[in-house]
Design a protein around this ligand. Structure first.
Ligand code: FAD
Length: 159
């Protein structure tokens, strides 16, 4: 099957946008990711999927920890920065959640310890055991069809 067809089909799944952060020997690294989901309530587990070429892969393997930062609609520039789409270097002031590095202003900051890892094709799935959560007010940044967006209206239905 054609790679482009697969990518286009996957892009039809509208998602939020996260920046994954990890701290390795005092140096914080961030990476934009939308392959994120909740896995289990008891115990509280999430999953992220990291490509084999990403610098982040080895860093999470070494640190054994990561934070999922769900971006607000004001943070598209953060997404672009941590996806390598902004070429000039930027200084980012990271937050701290009980020792875990966070993106300040992200609407949910979820620190995790790696519970297990599964190599599947050219990605590694990291299952994270949730340690701490910090919530901030705001609406999410969205990603669909390769483009950023935001909610058009307030949502009224609760699930
Ligand atoms: P690099 O490419 O080295 O770093 C990424 C960028 O972050 C660089 O520009 C770097 O300067 C900047 N940066 C990192 N740390 C800091 C810091 N401390 N201060 C300032 N800047 C810093 N890839 C996946 O594997 N899984 C996904 O789920 C995924 N989802 C994506 C969703 C979207 C919407 C987009 C746009 C991209 C997604 N990607 C995903 C691709 C991924 O974000 C890029 O391939 C990314 O460049 C890989 O990062 P890296 O770890 O290799 O680090």
């Amino acid at each position: 099957m054609d790679d482009r067809l697969f990518r286009t089909a996957m892009g039809k799944f509208a998602t939020g946008v996260t920046v994954i952060t990890t701290n390795i020997n005092g140096t914080i690294h961030g990476m934009t990711a939308n392959a994120f989901m909740s896995v289990s309530l008891d115990p509280k587990l999430v999953v992220i999927s990291i490509g084999e070429k990403a610098t982040m892969l080895e860093l999470i393997q070494q640190s054994g920890t990561f934070t999922v930062n769900i971006l607000s609609k004001q943070q598209q520039e953060m997404s672009m920065l941590f996806a390598g789409q902004i070429k000039e270097e930027r200084k980012v002031n990271f937050g701290d959640l009980q020792g875990a590095p966070t993106i300040e202003g992200a609407i949910a900051q979820i620190s995790c310890e790696v519970a297990s890892a599964y190599i599947e094709g050219d990605h590694t799935l990291f299952i994270g055991r949730v340690k701490e959560i910090l919530l901030e007010e705001g609406e999410p940044l969205l990603f669909f069809n390769g483009r950023y967006g935001a909610l058009a209206t307030e949502t009224t239905m609760q699930v």
